[in-house]
Design a protein around this ligand. Structure first.
Ligand code: C2E
Ligand code: CA
Ligand code: CA
Ligand code: CA
Length: 277
């Protein structure tokens, strides 16, 4: 509240109100979208460099807005995370992924495919994460090592809280990826402290690696580090054959990117894998 010239009190600040009102509007729109089942799961293939075949997919969310356009996660995930809507959205995604993995068990082409889900920081620390996973394992039959969870360094900042959760996830038999590796603050601490399986090298390093020697050195160092710690590596943002060649020479095992395929609707993932393998 501010004093106005006339001695009265201005009850609200216009810009604050405008922000609040946009937020409320966005939040309501997202809540409705969830109710109306407007979210779609896309899948981007992950390719093993050695055998040049698809071993699985990363799941990426899209919002099929009633205006007919697909919204990318950058346009709504921050609001979902802030408002907590990421929690029901996240549980729904795990459910769909588990259902898909179970269905693929009956398909000889697809039965070994993995699905990687991005866990938001809030979801990772949520008290219902482990109970939700337990319930999923009771209801769906699939080898648990085929469910991969991608966790960014930002979600691991609260190491005290994250550590027992990651240990429990590993104990379940799930595979853990550290996502966007190298873009956070204390990547090295995390590698040492948490039971991870795979390092995902951020797209920014891959794309700069062909142009400048320092980025190439960073990629080489990450891959060597991973090898020393017996972790697998997946490179993001592969856009050219040259990327593959360089990464292969450096000993990187796998990658994903537009060169192989953009994210496709999850229902089409099997067609992609079959056409390639
Ligand atoms: P990310 O986990 O780093 O995902 C990779 C992003 O790179 C995806 O963007 C993908 O479409 C894009 N990409 C893939 N290949 C290429 C390429 O060759 N070149 C370029 N320029 N880009 C490529 P997308 O789908 O917009 O997702 C953005 C971010 O949103 C993701 O980054 C992830 O952090 C987050 N995200 C996406 N889906 C989910 C979700 O379901 N849950 C949570 N918590 N986060 C999600
Ligand atoms: Ca990811
Ligand atoms: Ca990533
Ligand atoms: Ca990234």
């Amino acid at each position: 509240a501010k004093h106005t010239g006339r001695g009265g009190i201005e009850i609200f600040d216009q810009t604050l109100y405008a922000n609040f009102s946009t937020r409320l509007h966005n939040e309501t729109a997202l809540r409705l979208a969830l109710q109306r089942q407007e979210f779609r799961l896309f899948a981007q293939p992950i390719i093993d460099f050695e055998h040049s075949h698809c071993t699985g997919f990363e799941i990426l969310i899209r919002w099929a807005h009633p205006d007919g356009r697909l919204r990318s996660p950058g346009q709504f995930l921050d609001i979902a995370e802030e408002t907590g809507l990421i929690i029901p959205l996240g549980w729904w995604m795990l459910e769909v992924a588990a259902e898909q993995l179970e269905r693929w068990q009956a398909d000889s082409m697809m039965q070994h495919m993995t699905l990687a889900i991005n866990l938001s920081p809030r979801q990772l620390l949520h008290s219902q994460l482990l109970p939700t996973l337990k319930s999923i394992f009771e209801r769906y039959q699939f080898p648990r090592q085929q469910l991969h969870l991608e966790i960014t360094e930002g979600a691991l900042l609260n190491t005290e809280r994250a550590e027992p959760i990651l240990n429990a996830l590993r104990h379940f038999g799930l595979h853990l990826h550290i996502d966007d590796f190298g873009t956070g603050y204390s990547s090295l601490t995390y590698l040492h402290r948490f039971p991870l399986n795979t390092i995902k090298i951020d797209r920014s390093f891959i794309q700069a690696a062909l142009e400048d020697q320092r980025s190439l050195a960073i990629v080489r160092t990450i891959i060597n580090l991973a090898q020393t710690m017996q972790l697998a590596t997946i490179a993001e943002g592969i856009e050219t054959a040259e990327h593959i060649q360089v990464l292969r020479e450096l000993g990187c095992q796998a990658g994903q990117g537009y060169f192989f395929s953009p994210p496709v609707p999850l229902e089409q993932a099997a067609d992609f894998a079959c056409s390639l393998n």
